[in-house]
Design a protein around this ligand. Sequence first.
Ligand SMILES: NC(=O)c1ccc[n+]([C@@H]2O[C@H](COP(=O)([O-])OP(=O)(O)OC[C@H]3O[C@@H](n4cnc5c(N)ncnc54)[C@H](OP(=O)(O)O)[C@@H]3O)[C@@H](O)[C@H]2O)c1
Length: 278
Amino acid sequence: MIQHMIGFLGAGNMAEALIRGLIETNKCGGSSLLASDINEIRLAHMSKTYGISTQPGNLALTEAAEVLLLAVKPQQVAEVLGEIRSGLDPQRHTLISIAAGIPTAFIEQQAQCPLKVVRVMPNTPARLKAGAAAFCLGQYAGEAEILLTHLLFETVGIVVQVKESLLNAVTALSGSGPAYIFKLCEMMTAAGLKMGLPADVADDLARQTILGAARMLTETGKSAEELRQAVTSPGGTTQAALEYLGNSDFEQVFQAALLAARDRAQSLMPIVKKGNGK
Ligand SMILES: NC(=O)c1ccc[n+]([C@@H]2O[C@H](COP(=O)([O-])OP(=O)(O)OC[C@H]3O[C@@H](n4cnc5c(N)ncnc54)[C@H](OP(=O)(O)O)[C@@H]3O)[C@@H](O)[C@H]2O)c1
């Protein structure tokens, strides 16, 4: 059980995924979870569904919690940090941000105190406890915050630590990654249609194939390469398709697409004023 009071600044989709994960895995009871949000309907939903306490404002929540889970949209981060600044106590608080693209140095600068900050990049399958999250530490965070981040985010999937300079690559790979698989599903379905399969049949087969392949990747302990080779008989149908892909620039295009995502993440980051020591 996590002993701290955890306060969610923003009670949207990702906050809900985490709250559900924490409660369903018995890591926290509803009484040690708090949420604040500008949307009262959202707060009523969270309170009714998960039995958590809600707070009228972000500052009140900050004063009541020890771990602050910053879960508003990136463009709302500066405003929320401004609201809670006077209530922040670096001895008492740890702030874990899931806001995409907001550097730890920006948060530390806005906090105006040596706050322990963790920056996490989760992804949407966290809603099904199949998430992939990566995190990095701010300059004042240490071992206790690593442990805490693992405890919190392992309730909704896997968690890895990376250097902050690699978080935009994580955003490109696992943050945006589910969309690539959805696109693959659309393309497989479209190809099935082109070959004459009924739309619903092509859609069912594509979805289930992706699910089956994903389970083989996570449940057999074999590498993607081993699994691919095992289903590719010499001179067979799979080999014909893979050879066609191999003879195209598919792999370079795919790599370039991920680099474009990483570069976009980089360009969206707020500029951190110099002199923060990072
Ligand atoms: N969803 C994902 O898969 C995913 C993946 C990786 C990272 N993230 C990050 O997670 C964060 C949250 O994403 P989300 O999808 O959960 O967003 P969301 O569903 O829009 O949740 C954000 C919540 O914060 C509320 N809010 C807005 N301004 C606020 C304020 N000043 N104080 C308190 N609450 C406020 C919003 O209310 P209104 O709706 O009324 O504005 C909304 O209920 C984002 O920074 C995003 O980058 C999300």
